[in-house]
Ligand binder design. Structure first.
Ligand SMILES: Nc1nc2c(ncn2[C@@H]2O[C@H](COP(=O)(O)OP(=O)(O)OP(=O)(O)O)[C@@H](O)[C@H]2O)c(=O)[nH]1
Ligand SMILES: [Mg+2]
Length: 277
């Protein structure tokens, strides 16, 4: 099934982003550290135009630390931008973000009146509003473990003269690369109701059986990992009791077990993409 998810509120949000850009000095694009390439939204790059960009590799606690560091080096080589890493165990402070923004905007002379507006954007559910709360030191924005929680822009004062605008998570009208689209779905960027959950979990099971059989074996007590996704889901359904009528696996329930374990880090840290060498 081809994946695409571009509901009306995202179209509206893109128009509002264009408007707020006129008064914006630098953009903070939040990427998912597990899929930095697939989570780079081409629409946002177009809207940003030549403005400086601070990329944040977020949810780094769920990704392989070495690969995330390699991505940070890769992005740091691009001009007019900086790349920082954030996660539950490595948090960027408000002072860090303002310092980097000043450097990029070229406004480093502390004796001058320094001010600026930063806009935080990115795909849905990547942790934008959580970053706003992290820097505002209080829970100003609603956050949640599902995509499309934020529906409108929210502007807050970071410190004297510095403002930050949170925006709704956005995808783009056509997800041309369907492997990327599946990665976006697996990491929780696309609403479960906009995809076939079983289809997404099947993609993930194939990937994990091929590349990380030991992690699956450890978590789900598999004696043998030379199995196909169908055999895997049968065993998982028996283990977790997600069986339907006649003892046949309830594929939706079983799929959600695997997806939730992956998304919450219970299966370990994963980087699904590596930077170009
Ligand atoms: N593991 C982990 N989870 C995070 C991190 N940052 C945010 N989250 C979680 O990710 C989920 C989404 O966070 P939000 O801040 O609502 O994401 P958002 O980008 O604002 O999402 P939309 O408003 O829907 O676009 C929440 O459950 C957060 O607790 C992080 O660094 N690591
Ligand atoms: Mg949000």
């Amino acid at each position: 099934m081809a994946i695409s998810w571009y509901p009306g509120h995202m179209h509206k949000a893109s128009k509002e982003l264009v408007k707020v850009m006129h008064k914006t000095d630098a953009v903070i694009e939040v990427l998912d550290a597990r899929i930095p390439e697939s989570s780079s939204n081409p629409l946002l790059a177009n809207i940003r135009e030549q403005r400086p960009c601070i990329r944040i590799l977020n949810k780094a606690d769920l990704a392989d630390a070495e690969i995330t560091a390699a991505w940070a080096r890769h992005f740091s080589r691009l001009g007019n931008s900086e790349c920082l890493i954030n996660g539950r165990d490595t948090q960027i402070t408000k002072a860090d973000i303002v310092t980097v923004a000043k450097k990029l905007i070229g406004n480093t002379d502390e004796s001058l009146l320094i001010q600026g507006q930063l806009v935080i954007d990115g795909i849905p559910n990547v942790g934008k509003s959580s970053l706003l709360n992290q820097w505002a030191d209080r829970k100003l924005a609603r956050t949640g473990n599902e995509p499309a929680v934020t529906k409108g822009q929210q502007r807050v004062r970071l410190q004297e003269g510095w403002y930050l605008v949170d925006t709704p998570g956005m995808l783009w009208p056509k997800l041309e690369d369907q492997t990327s689209a599946y990665r976006l779905a697996v990491t929780g960027t696309i609403r479960n109701t906009a995809v076939e959950v079983a289809d997404i979990a099947w993609f993930l099971a194939e990937l994990l059986l091929a590349d990380y059989p030991d992690r699956l074996a450890a978590r789900y007590e598999l004696a043998n990992t030379s199995i196909d996704p169908e055999q895997f889901f049968n065993q998982l359904a028996k283990l977790r009791g997600s069986l339907g009528r006649g003892g046949i696996p309830d594929m939706n329930k079983t799929a959600e077990i695997l997806l939730n374990d992956f998304r919450s880090g219970k299966l370990g840290k994963f980087s699904l993409e590596v930077p170009p060498s």
